[in-house]
Design a protein. Structure first.
Length: 207
């Protein structure tokens, strides 16, 4: 399995391309995103369990840890590029080849499909955590001075449409409100100091 562990190390070096194409220098690596998705998954899964929802926390964590593993081989493919080929099929093929050394690739691929197609409460939770983490990162980049990330915030609607939204409404809307306050503060600063620069970045999208 050593070769698998070494290949997974690519996730520590490969950037999240949506941010990169947005002009953000030295954007977070895939591994950083995956780690926070996993921790969000853990805490949200425990919260769901405490509210009486039947959920397998271990299974949810497995899905979270696997959900971007295939990108160690195919990289984080941005949305514009996905117009020309099926990213999910590529991830499934790459992940299957990578995990064949474990002898349990069928089990792991089944978990990946639960995430990608939201087939189980665990898969739905990881998809929710994945989208939430991206929005948290967008907020952090905006707070650091990067503008024009509005397209990423369209994902808020997907969170609101999720059946899990009723459990975590306060988290989602709390983040949205923080962003509004941030933008109000930035608008006030620019009104008082119109020479204050706003960092701009090129257009792209992330899933």
């Amino acid at each position: 399995m050593l070769e698998l562990f070494l290949e997974l190390g690519n996730l520590k070096r490969l950037p999240r391309t949506g941010w990169l194409l947005r002009g953000i220098p030295n954007p977070e690596p895939i591994a950083a995103h995956s780690y926070r998705v996993a921790t969000i998954t853990l805490f949200l899964a425990d919260e769901l369990k405490s509210r009486g929802v039947e959920i397998d926390v271990e299974k949810a964590l497995k899905i979270a840890l696997l959900h971007d593993a295939g990108e160690a081989r195919i990289t984080d493919v941005p949305l514009p590029a996905q117009r020309y080929f099926n990213k999910v099929e590529g991830e499934v093929k790459a992940l299957g080849e990578m995990l064949s050394i474990t002898g349990r690739e069928g089990e792991y691929l089944s978990l990946f499909r639960e995430y990608e197609e939201e087939l189980s409460v665990e898969g739905k939770l990881v998809k929710f955590a994945d989208r939430l983490e991206m929005l948290i990162q967008a907020y952090e980049y905006e707070k650091a001075g990067f503008a024009n990330l509005d397209e990423f915030w369209r994902t808020v609607e997907k969170l609101r449409e999720s059946e899990l939204y009723e459990y975590f409404r306060d988290i989602v809307e709390g983040l949205v409100e923080r962003r509004k306050k941030l933008h109000r503060g930035l608008a006030h600063s620019h009104y008082n100091n119109p020479q204050l620069p706003v960092e701009k970045s090129s257009k792209s999208q992330m899933r």
